[in-house]
Structures are given as C-alpha cells and as structure tokens.
Design a protein around this ligand. Structure first.
Ligand code: NAD
Length: 493
C-alpha cells in the first residue's frame, strides 16, 4: 500500500490544493500528513466581518435560488465522492466504505436541503380580532458557526451548512484539528460552487483551521447568532455556557453512550450482526456507537459466546483494504483512554475479552462483562469497548438503559411487539434515537438526529431541524379600519 501521506498529497494535488509544511500523523500508518496554515485572530475577524456582510445579500436571495447553490454543491460532491471519501479515510482511519458513506451523507443532505428550500413553511393563525389575520414567518438568522469533531470530519459540517445556506445564513466552519485536510478539500469544493454562482456573495462560507482557541473566539462573537457544535460533552459544556452568556443560540451534538436491549425472544443472528457493526464499526468512534449491551439472562450465554467469537475473528487493518472492517483509533491518546477504561472495568469486577493492540493504533474490539453498571460504564470512552450486562425483567433493562448521563441513541432487539412498543413509549428509551430490530448507530438523513441530557438536546439533518437556523416572527395584520384590541381591552381616545 502506498504511504497514507503520499496518498493524501496526491488527492490534494488532484483538487488543485497546496498544503503548507507538515501536519499530523495519519492514524493509518503514522506517516506525516501535509500541513495547513492556521487561522489567527486577524483571520477570524476578517472571516466574521465578511460573513456578516454576506448575510446582508444572502438573506434577501430567494430560498429556491439559495437551494440552487446547494444543488450544485451536491453535484460537485457526487463528482468528487471517491477522492474526498478516501481523504476522510486517510485522516480519520475509518474504512473506505465508511469514508465514501460519509460523502454520500453529504450528498443526501444536499438533496434534502434543496427540497427544503421551497418548503420553509410558516403558519397562518386565526385572530380573535375582526378584520385581522396572524401568521408566522421564518427569516434567516445570520452567520452560523459550525464546530465539528474528528470522527465525522465533513458530514456533520455538511448537515449544518446545507441547511444553513438554504435558510439564508452564511457559514463559518472550525473543523477538528485532527482532520483539517478533509475540511480543506470539502470547503474548496463549496468555494468553487460559490465562485461560479452569481447570486452567492463573497464571504458566504469560510474555513477556520485551528485548535480549540479559534473555536473559543468564534463562540464568544455576538455577530454569530448560532453556534452548532459537535464533540465531547466537556466541549459542549464550555461552548453552551459561553454562547448562553451572550444570549446566543447553540445547537449541541455531544457525547453518547448507546445501549441495546436484547430480549429473550430476539432473533440472535440479526442481533449478532447489529451488535458487531454497532459496537466495533468505525473502531467504536461514533457518537452512536453501541457501548452497553443489556441481555436477557435466557439468551445471555448463547449470544455472548457468539459475540466473542465474532470479535476474535473480525478483520482489522489498513482501512483502504476492502476486506478490513476495522481501521485504527485516531491517535495515541485514544489508545491510552481505551487501556485505562479496560483497567477500570477489570478493577470494578468486569471480565474483559479482547481489547489487545494488534499493532500501532489498531486494536481488537473488547467485550467487558460487567456485574453492574459501574462508573466506567456510565462514561463515554471513545473506543471499541462493549460493556455487557445481564437482566431478568423488562423494567430492569429499561432502568439500566436510562441510568446514564447521555441520551443519544438506543435500540431493542425483540420479536415481542409489546416489548418493542414499551421500549418506544414515554416510559421506555429516554434517547433522541430509538430503533427496533437494529443497532443504535448508522442514522440516515431525513430524521432529526440528536439526543437528550448530556448529549446536548440539539437536532440536525432532518424533520424540522431547519428551524434552528432561522428566526421566527409572529405577524399580525389589520386589514380593517377599526383598531379592536385583544382580550376586549378598551383604550378609546
Ligand atoms: P472534542 O470535543 O475534543 O472536539 C470537537 C471540536 O470542538 C474540535 O473542533 C475542537 O477543536 C473543538 N473544541 C474543543 N474545545 C473547545 C472549546 N472550549 N470551545 C470551542 N471549540 C472547542 O471532540 P472529538 O474528540 O473531536 O470528537 C469525539 C466526540 O464527539 C465524542 O464525544 C462523540 O460522541 C462526539 N460526537 C457527537 C456527535 C453527535 O452528533 N452527538 C457526532 C460526532 C461526534
């Protein structure tokens, strides 16, 4: 296999993009990737000022015309799916099919947003006053700051950018410092489309390469009314507080700790496949990764022994090779976190199978059988560790599922309709996502994506998530010649 850094350099050359100096080591083989110039305070000021200027024009551009820009972005993504998906793989270490899948998700959100550009519907409301009517209108909000995480280096930006752009908002993107090249290439594609689209103003989109400090400065700026931040709960707590202090709006997509309940009636073949992808896919580095498996005592031994065999034989290696289902962890820090978590699980009485380092940053997924939901199980460790717990009654399983600080995703595997419906009821899963007869990860565009509790409460990429990117205005119109007041109030001069 060609060195990852050389592979990345060739892709950047193909995009006509020049790197600067040396960057981070690729998780794929440790080769040093091309570097990029970082944004400083002056660069940030320039980008925000340009974004605020662009808003003056873009907010007055008709929604369907804004949609045309996003349609063209979807087209250029289609044409460049392979190199961009490959770059995502080289930088993040996810298997090529997932790198390509990530770009497909960008294309899907563009399609969704194009349709939406003609459907930014308000309401008409009955007025109690004669010769009056009321309506609700949605207006563009202003520049949107997007902070993204390493594990979906480009898709999460596209979820936000496609919706923000059709809603009339410019975008300012601070990508993860761990995956700047994918962001650089994706932004270049959008810039190309903007340049060739006359109604799009300069400054409509900007990329802010850098670390948390640039993110912090962006978050504090009152010219940016909405900050959409994806990452750890620690980051979200800092960002949410800073944005609230200036009465800005934040959309937070933070850590998860997904669980699956496997009931006694479950189809165990289906369960095995759903669990393997959910827990081990993307090396356990998805926010929706399955981390807690809650299994009925009647099927526990049969299922867990099959899972151990599957994890022991799963193909781990260079994510560019089609046969490999699991690539590397992102960096040494992630590997250390995994090692520490497994030590804590053992110290808490857990029995660990797997979890060893195969080579460098490549690890075998671990199964940690726990007697209780201890502190380490309640924490999100961003690595492939599946904590397995046994239950006897359905209520006990649901209580375990809910008893964590995070609330992103969940699923149940059962052939019992009543159990499935109880899981989906108000007394069941407390997560933003609840699936039946599948795993908790691998969402699709169209449904609102996001979660409760420490996951931050944000919703993106489907349903009415667009409303977060607009401001609502209630309008009352008097088409008569008298001025009746509401609630029968009299004020006759
Ligand atoms: P991270 O929190 O370390 O970094 C995320 C981004 O936040 C980066 O761009 C970083 O530079 C920036 N950042 C960090 N501190 C900041 C601050 N104080 N102010 C402004 N910006 C700041 O997360 P990560 O390691 O890149 O990603 C993994 C985490 O992201 C996991 O917890 C995962 O569950 C979560 N995640 C959540 C979702 C979701 O939709 N809920 C999706 C993907 C990832």
């Amino acid at each position: 296999m060609i060195q990852a850094a050389k592979d990345a350099k060739a892709i950047l050359d193909g995009f006509g993009l020049a790197a600067k100096g040396e960057g981070r080591a690729s998780p794929v083989d440790g080769s040093i990737m091309p570097g990029l110039a970082e944004c400083d305070a002056a660069g940030l000021e320039k980008a925000i000022a340009a974004s605020a200027r662009a808003f003056q024009t873009w907010r007055a551009t008709p929604g369907p015309v804004r949609g045309e820009l996003v349609r063209r972005f979807g087209e250029i993504l289609r044409a460049n799916k392979e190199p961009l998906g490959r770059l995502v793989t080289l930088e993040s270490g996810k298997p090529l099919s997932e790198g390509l899948g990530e770009v497909q998700e960008m294309i899907d959100i563009c399609d969704f947003a194009v349709g939406l550009s003609r459907q930014l519907y308000g309401l008409t409301i009955a007025s109690e006053r004669p010769d009056h009517h009321m309506r609700e209108m949605w207006h563009p909000l202003g520049p949107v700051g997007i902070i993204s995480a390493f594990n979906f280096p480009v898709a999460v930006w596209a979820w936000n950018a496609a919706l923000a752009l059709v809603c009339g908002d410019p975008v300012l993107w601070k990508p993860s410092e761990k995956t700047p090249l994918s962001a650089f290439a994706a932004e270049a594609l959008l810039q190309k489309v903007i340049k060739d689209f006359e109604p799009a103003p300069e400054g409509l989109s900007a990329l802010l390469i850098g670390g948390a400090d640039i993110g912090e400065a962006l978050v504090k700026d009152a010219r940016v009314p909405l900050i959409s931040a994806t990452g750890s709960t620690r980051m979200g707590r800092a960002v949410g507080t800073a944005v609230a202090a200036r009465f800005g709006r934040s959309l937070l997509e933070l850590g998860g700790n997904a669980a699956t309940i496997v009931t006694s009636s479950a189809d165990l073949d289906l369960a095995l496949r759903a669990i393997a992808f959910g827990a081990a896919g993307t090396s356990g580095q998805r926010c929706t990764t399955l981390r807690r498996l809650i299994v009925h005592a009647d099927v526990y031994d049969r299922l867990v022994s099959r899972l151990k065999a599957a994890f022991a034989s799963i193909s781990i290696g260079d994510p560019r090779e089609p046969g490999n289902l699991i690539g590397p962890l992102i960096d040494k820090q992630a590997l250390d976190c995994m090692t520490r978590a497994l030590a804590s699980a053992r110290a808490a009485g857990g029995t660990v199978t797997g979890g060893e380092t195969v080579r460098d940053l490549y690890v075998r997924p671990a199964i940690a059988e726990m007697r209780a939901q201890t502190d380490i199980v309640r924490e999100e460790t961003f690595a492939p560790i599946l904590y397995v717990m046994r239950y006897s009654t359905f209520d006990e399983a649901v209580a375990l599922l809910r008893d964590v600080p995070q609330g992103l995703s969940s699923s149940i595997i059962t052939r019992d309709l009543s159990e499935a419906e109880r899981f989906l009821s108000a007394k069941g899963s407390d997560c933003g996502i609840a699936n039946v007869n599948m795993g908790p990860s691998g969402a699709e565009i169209g449904g609102a994506f996001g979660g409760e509790k420490e996951t931050g409460g944000g919703r993106e990429s489907g349903s009415d998530a667009w409303k977060a990117y607009m401001r609502r205005q209630t309008q009352s119109i008097n088409y008569g010649s008298t001025l009746p007041l509401a609630q029968g109030v009299k004020f006759d001069l």
